[in-house]
Design a protein around this ligand. Structure first.
Ligand SMILES: [Zn+2]
Length: 267
């Protein structure tokens, strides 16, 4: 297997030698599967400037590893590639992190839709949802869980056509209970990766969560999930281990999604 375009770009790149230093072995020009993987800890502990391969028109955002912040660079073009599914015309963006809110709001602007951002007070969020006639929600699991009751108190949740949850853990029973007539879309993703995989709609219809790799990712069939973003992020993600244990499923899926796997645990 020859190096992927992203690997070639990184090998030949002069803006940073971060990945070259990660791969600093005598086999550093070998195919991706033979390169040492990059753990989340190593990524988070490397200074932002060392991981940064692009500096034009960036959004710098903050993520956390073991409660310690680290920086990530995103660009409007790669934010626009995220597969958050259908959102209506008036989405509610509800993430615990203001940085995630900003990024998802930027994604909405790439779709020419005008989002509203959740308030830290859930009742105010519920009232905003009602006044703004929110028709879709994009959120993380903790925020949707925290906001569900207040949302239902102020706003008719059956008017929500789409709910997208971007996270590494999912409370499907709560989502189904809160939004019984809503199209639910689950995206497996971390702040530094964006969406790695999405929940199979066929499995989801049977109330089961099975993921397929996103168009933006190549997912290796390793139990310790290892992923490569197929295009260049300002802080690229190559041969990356986000710390998720997964189990790959053998059989083909009728939805035509590739690389079916289930989440075993998070660490
Ligand atoms: Zn499927």
């Amino acid at each position: 297997m020859s190096p992927t375009p992203i690997e070639r770009l990184v090998f030949e790149e002069t803006a940073s030698d971060f990945y070259r230093s990660v791969w600093n072995t005598e086999n550093s020009r070998t195919p991706r599967n033979e390169l040492p993987p990059l753990k989340r800890e190593q990524y988070a502990n490397t200074p932002f400037a060392r991981r940064l391969y692009r500096t034009d028109n960036l959004l710098a955002k903050v993520a956390y590893y073991n409660e310690r912040p680290f920086l990530i660079g995103r660009h409007l073009s790669d934010i626009g590639r995220e597969e958050y599914g259908d959102l209506g015309n008036r989405p509610l963006v509800a993430f615990a992190s203001i940085h995630e809110c900003l990024e998802k709001a930027l994604w909405c602007t790439t779709r020419n839709i005008l989002p509203i951002i959740a308030d830290k007070d859930e009742d105010i969020t519920g009232m905003l949802a009602q006044r703004y006639e929110v028709d879709s929600i994009v959120a993380d699991s903790a925020t949707i869980e925290k906001t569900a009751t207040a949302l239902a108190r102020h706003y008719d949740t059956t008017k929500t056509a789409y709910v997208t949850v971007v996270d590494i853990t999912f409370n499907l029973p709560l989502l189904i209970r809160t939004f019984p007539s809503t199209q639910i879309h689950l995206v497996l993703g971390l702040p530094e990766t964006g969406g790695i995989a999405y929940a199979c709609p066929v499995a989801l219809a049977g109330q089961k969560i099975v993921f397929h790799e996103s168009e933006n990712y190549v997912v290796d069939t390793t139990t310790d999930l290892t992923v490569t973003r197929t295009h260049m992020l300002p802080t690229p993600i190559i041969n990356y281990r986000p710390g998720l244990t997964v189990r790959f499923l053998e059989k083909d899926c009728s939805c035509k999604g590739t690389r079916a796997f289930e989440l075993a645990s998070t660490s």
